[in-house]
Write a protein that binds this ligand. Structure first.
Ligand code: PGA
Length: 269
């Protein structure tokens, strides 16, 4: 008899970014998700802009979980414009995206990302740590993962987790988001994502140990849409962090259904 294979849960996380334009539209989108999402065996997380979190929280009726798109390094005090992890938790969030490349592009350093990861964990949120290289050149023409990619991804991963214990790391989610794929309509290939997924698992084993690594989901993000089921199946990642397609209820729901089907196949194989 084959040994029982342990598989991680599947995640589909929607990053709405600075959309939609008004709270009423956010409420409508949340309602469309609530009524369209069946009982899928997938953790579905929606990360709306801060001001819309209450409207989305009211409309979701437990159909999905909530996350912030960022958080402050601080926990309270005189920090104009900042939003703490505790505030997000108070509004019903269980997750927060940290280190998204669009924030790194505004000057967010690895050190800041690390402080945000710790702030999130302290408030009981699960940080979704986004890491990824800037250039497609990190892969050779056959899609093989080149040596130059190692330092960038490993550095971002290790830096984000400085001072995070193995116990705390069990709450973390890693999202591999190559900058060159985000918002371009050109997702990374399943081969690319497969290589990086294995590489990240090895790096997590080096940082912690195999049993801790086995609890840390690794997601992919960058131009995924309703046609990305092969990418999900073949790369072996534990789900997607979705930007543009998360604003279209039908596409997002289709991705959740795919993740549910692929997750069930993995558990039974
Ligand atoms: P995209 O964005 O799906 O629109 O490429 C992904 C992300 O930035 O998280």
């Amino acid at each position: 008899m084959a040994a029982k294979k342990t598989t991680k849960e599947m995640y589909i996380v929607g990053n709405w970014k600075m959309n939609p334009a008004a709270a009423e539209e956010a409420r409508e989108l949340a309602e469309a998700l609530r009524s369209g999402l069946g009982k899928a065996d997938v953790r579905v997380v929606v990360c709306p802009p801060y001001p819309f979190i209450p409207a989305v929280a009211a409309a979701r009726a437990a159909a999905f979980e909530l996350g912030g798109q960022d958080c402050s390094v601080h926990s309270e005090g005189a920090h104009t414009g900042e939003v703490s992890s505790a505030m997000l938790a108070d509004l019903g969030c269980s997750y927060v995206i940290v280190g998204h490349s669009e924030r790194r592009a505004l000057g967010e350093t690895d050190e800041i990302v690390n402080r945000k990861v710790k702030a999130a964990l302290k408030a009981g949120l699960r940080p979704i740590i986004a890491i990824g290289e800037k250039s497609r050149d990190s892969f050779d023409t056959s899609g093989r993962f080149s040596a130059e990619l190692d330092p960038i991804i490993k550095e971002q991963l290790a830096a984000a987790l400085v001072g995070v214990s193995a116990q705390k790391a069990r709450s973390v989610i890693i999202a591999y988001e190559p900058v060159w794929a985000i918002g371009t309509g050109h997702a990374a290939s399943a081969d690319d994502v497969f290589s990086v997924r294995i590489f990240l698992q090895k790096a997590l084993r080096e940082l912690y140990d195999a049993s801790t690594e086995a609890t840390i989901p690794i997601l992919y993000g960058g131009s995924t849409d309703a046609n990305s089921d092969a990418l999900l199946a073949e790369s072996g990642v534990d789900g997607f962090l979705v930007g543009g397609a998360s604003l279209k209820a039908e596409e997002f729901i289709a991705m959740v259904a795919d993740a549910s089907r692929i997750g069930a196949q993995r558990t039974s194989s």
